[in-house]
Design a protein around this ligand. Sequence first.
Ligand SMILES: NC(=O)c1ccc[n+]([C@@H]2O[C@H](COP(=O)([O-])OP(=O)(O)OC[C@H]3O[C@@H](n4cnc5c(N)ncnc54)[C@H](OP(=O)(O)O)[C@@H]3O)[C@@H](O)[C@H]2O)c1
Length: 280
Amino acid sequence: MKALVTGANGQLGLELARLLPERGHEIVPLTRRELDVSDFAATEAALDAHSPDLVINAAAYTDVDGCETEGELSYSVNALGPANLARGCESRGVEIVHVSTNYVFDGEGGRPYEPFDPALPISAYGRGKLAGEELVMRLSTRWRVVRSAGVYGEGDNFVRTMLRVEAEMDKLKVKNDEYISPTYAKDLAEGVIEAVEEWTYGLYHVTNSGSCSWHEFAEEIFRIAGVAVEVEGIPGSEYPLPAARPANGVLSGLGSPKLRHWREALAEYMGREDREGEKT
Ligand SMILES: NC(=O)c1ccc[n+]([C@@H]2O[C@H](COP(=O)([O-])OP(=O)(O)OC[C@H]3O[C@@H](n4cnc5c(N)ncnc54)[C@H](OP(=O)(O)O)[C@@H]3O)[C@@H](O)[C@H]2O)c1
């Protein structure tokens, strides 16, 4: 298949750009500079120029707190962008995969969220991403929506932040009342490709398996790194942020491609980061 990937410089976009050719697919990776998905005319021109069989929308405005103040910008990228792509894909018979988030849920549920549980976002980011999903589903007949959570790869992410701040502090405080399934962007890319190759159109939850609090995630990062640092678990209320986050951000992979356990994926990622660091 010929796949056009938007947001190609992002954590997921970079992994898709590596993996799709390995799986025998042709790829057109477009960064934000090459295609701004919020620009309808530009999305039409890109689809005409490249004639893909499939569009994978990995572009997003992912600054969750920034979305609270950058309302117009974040909505135009996270809601209108996917709508532009879905319209363009539909009129050309092209399939679309749109990537979304666990932040479409309020996190008040007592079990992992299944794909068709009612979404009730509690942040501007979550509302924009939910609007994006719904627009894709309404404007296209050939859609797959893949939600993920706690993604880390080549970009600003929790793992890199923890290792950076650890060097500057003796003791860290990390939230212990907010749960996720940390997900390696490379594994997410594999799940997205599996969804395209082996699963029909539909709504999927793709995260590494297992779950933890951010505090447990931090402890595992330092265990793998061999760093002895005190990590105190604190309630989220002690660390207020502009955007609310779901307390239960764990997605059920019901009826979705399955990924390995998050601890195994994290160890591989950190090994790769070490090797890349040694090269530079
Ligand atoms: N990161 C997470 O924890 C997480 C969790 C759940 C779901 N997701 C979803 O997973 C997907 C991929 O996330 P990620 O972690 O790879 O995010 P990321 O690293 O922030 O990458 C997003 C990419 O989108 C690009 N972009 C921003 N505005 C754009 C626009 N108007 N047109 C085209 N591209 C634009 C960004 O370009 P610049 O860098 O140049 O701004 C960036 O390269 C997103 O849909 C996100 O909502 C992420």
